[in-house]
Every structure is written in C-alpha cells, then in structure tokens.
Design a protein around this ligand. Structure first.
Ligand SMILES: Nc1ncnc2c1ncn2[C@@H]1O[C@H](COP(=O)(O)OP(=O)(O)OP(=O)(O)O)[C@@H](O)[C@H]1O
Ligand SMILES: Cc1ncc(COP(=O)(O)O)c(N)n1
Length: 275
C-alpha cells in the first residue's frame, strides 16, 4: 500500500481541501495521511470563517507522519501564511517524496486562503522543492508576474515559473470560461511540453476541482506512475468528477469523487505533444 500525504486546509463542506484530497486518495487506492494547516467553516455557498493552525503544530503533525510512514508523494494546498509556508518548506527539504504544490490563493466564493504577503515565501522557499506546480490562471499570474490573456502569455508565465526551480508546471485552463474545451498545458524544465484537452462541462458544481486534480496527480505518482501518465490520468479523474455531479448543497457543489472508479476511468483526454 502506497502512502501519500496532503498538507492543506480543512473544508467543513467536504468538497475541497483535506476532505477532497483524502477522498481522491482513497478512490485511487492509496493510503492518505494529512497535515491540517487551517480549519475553515465553509460550505458550497462560501467560506464563513478561517482558524489557522500554529506553525509549531503544523511541524508537529508533519513530524508524526514522517517518523512513522514512508511517504511516496505529497501535495500542499491551502497554506495560509508566510510562517506556515516556511515551516512546511523547512521540513520538506529533508524529504525525498514527490512534492506537488497546488498554490491555493482564493476560494471560488472570493475568500482569501493565502495572505498577500505569503507569495514571496511560496516562490522562494516552497517552489524550488516542487516536482509539480498546478496553478490556475490567476494564481499563475500572481506567481509569475505575467498577465495572461492568450497562449503566448501562458508560455511566458510558465517559463518564469520554471525559473523559480519548479520541475514541471501544469497551467490549468479551468478559468477560461468562454472556451468550449478545458485545456491544461504542461511544461517541463527540459523545455518539452504537452497540452491536455477535454470537453468543458457547463456546470456550477466545480468546488474543489483544483484540490481533486492535484491530489489525483499525487496518488498516481505515489503509486509509481510516470509524471506524464500521472498528470493525464488525473485530468481524466477530475473530468469524470465534474461531468457527473452529485448535486449537493445550494451553491457551487462538490465534484463526484466516485465517478472515476464507477466508470472504470473511461474517458479519452486529447493529448497534444508540442516538442
Ligand atoms: N467546467 C469545466 N469542465 C471541464 N473541466 C474543468 C472545468 N473547470 C475546470 N476544469 C478542469 O479542472 C481542473 C482544475 O482546474 P481549475 O482551473 O478549476 O482549478 P482551480 O481554480 O485551482 O480549482 P479550485 O480552486 O476550485 O480548487 C483542470 O484540469 C481544469 O481544466
Ligand atoms: C480548505 C480549502 N482549500 C482549497 C479550496 C479551494 O477550492 P475552491 O476554489 O473550489 O473553493 C477551498 N475552498 N478550501
């Protein structure tokens, strides 16, 4: 049994954060462990409150997990503050597991899940350790300092992000709402890249899509899939989860973490190798 870890915030509504990550890990036949960086009082309508964990207690949770388990891959989600990022990065420096960083900044409803002054610590302390970074378009703009309006901007932003020390960046296209596809573009440090295209689903039930996608990459990497296979298979997982919603809650509902197993992972992602 491969052990994986999520270092993220708790979503009391169960659709994003730690809860989405553990559901994804379980569906993908890995053993999920967790380090909680913050509690959120949250549901499908928004975030009603945030109660961050102290950096010392984040460190204590990480030590408990690493002392006992051989963690094959781990992801970070909501990290909230400079102090928590610095603590997480300091402990991760001693680890050999694949590190997937989902740079969670703002919840779908608009609540800030990362303090503005924490971007510097993210860029300088955590990103140099990352195997994979999975920004959405607004997050990629903040990290790279490049305004993104078209494909060339995506390329320029990705290049800047790779210069921060990230080995692979997945630029997620979920926020291009006018497109009829949901296309993510993947760039590697060696200069190669590919894009993944799926049908865009017209739905409001997209709460936790980014958490689900990055935890699926983590689970596949933890099981020993290659980086390329893990990213494409995770795209399939999130596509099926969005395409077959559970219709829970009164706002932006969660995705369906059961769908990938129930449909035996059957979905064709269009992959275009660009180099
Ligand atoms: N309407 C949609 N139809 C199909 N795929 C989508 C849709 N919206 C997002 N995706 C896919 O979901 C994944 C997550 O992308 P997205 O840009 O939504 O991340 P995010 O904004 O970080 O998510 P979140 O903040 O909700 O956790 C990507 O693979 C993206 O292409
Ligand atoms: C604890 C936590 N982590 C991440 C998200 C991002 O998800 P979304 O952008 O869908 O609100 C969230 N809302 N809550």
């Amino acid at each position: 049994m491969d052990v994986v870890l999520t270092i993220a915030g708790s979503d009391s509504g169960g659709g994003a954060g730690i809860q989405a990550d553990l559901k994804t890990f379980q569906e993908l036949k890995t053993f999920g462990t967790s380090v909680i960086t913050a509690l959120t009082a949250q549901n499908t309508c928004g975030v009603q409150g945030i109660y961050p964990t102290t950096p010392e207690f984040v460190a204590q949770q990480m030590t408990s997990v690493f002392q006992d388990f051989n963690v094959k891959a781990l992801k970070t989600g909501m990290l909230f503050s400079t102090e928590i990022i610095e603590t997480v990065a300091r402990i991760l420096q001693q680890q050999t597991a694949h590190i997937i960083v989902d740079p969670v900044m703002i919840a779908k409803g608009g609540a800030a899940l990362l303090q503005d002054d924490a971007v510097h610590a993210l860029n300088t302390k955590l990103l140099p350790l990352a195997t994979v970074l999975t920004p959405n378009i607004p997050e990629a703009e903040v990290i790279s300092g490049v305004k993104i309006r078209n494909e060339q901007d995506i390329f320029n932003a990705a290049k800047r992000i790779l210069q921060l020390g990230v080995k692979c960046v997945v630029m997620k296209g979920g926020h291009f709402e006018e497109a009829d596809t949901a296309t993510d573009t993947v760039f590697f440090e060696n200069g190669s890249s590919f894009s993944m295209e799926t049908k865009r689903i017209n739905t409001k039930h997209t709460h936790g899509t980014g958490c689900t996608f990055s935890s699926a990459i983590t689970a596949f990497l933890g099981r020993g899939f290659t980086l390329h296979e893990s990213i494409v298979e995770a795209k399939k997982f999130v596509q099926l989860a969005i395409e077959h919603p559970l219709n829970i809650g009164h706002g932006h509902g969660p995705t369906n973490h059961f769908a990938y197993q129930e449909l035996r992972g059957i979905y064709e992602v269009m992959v275009h190798e660009t180099k």
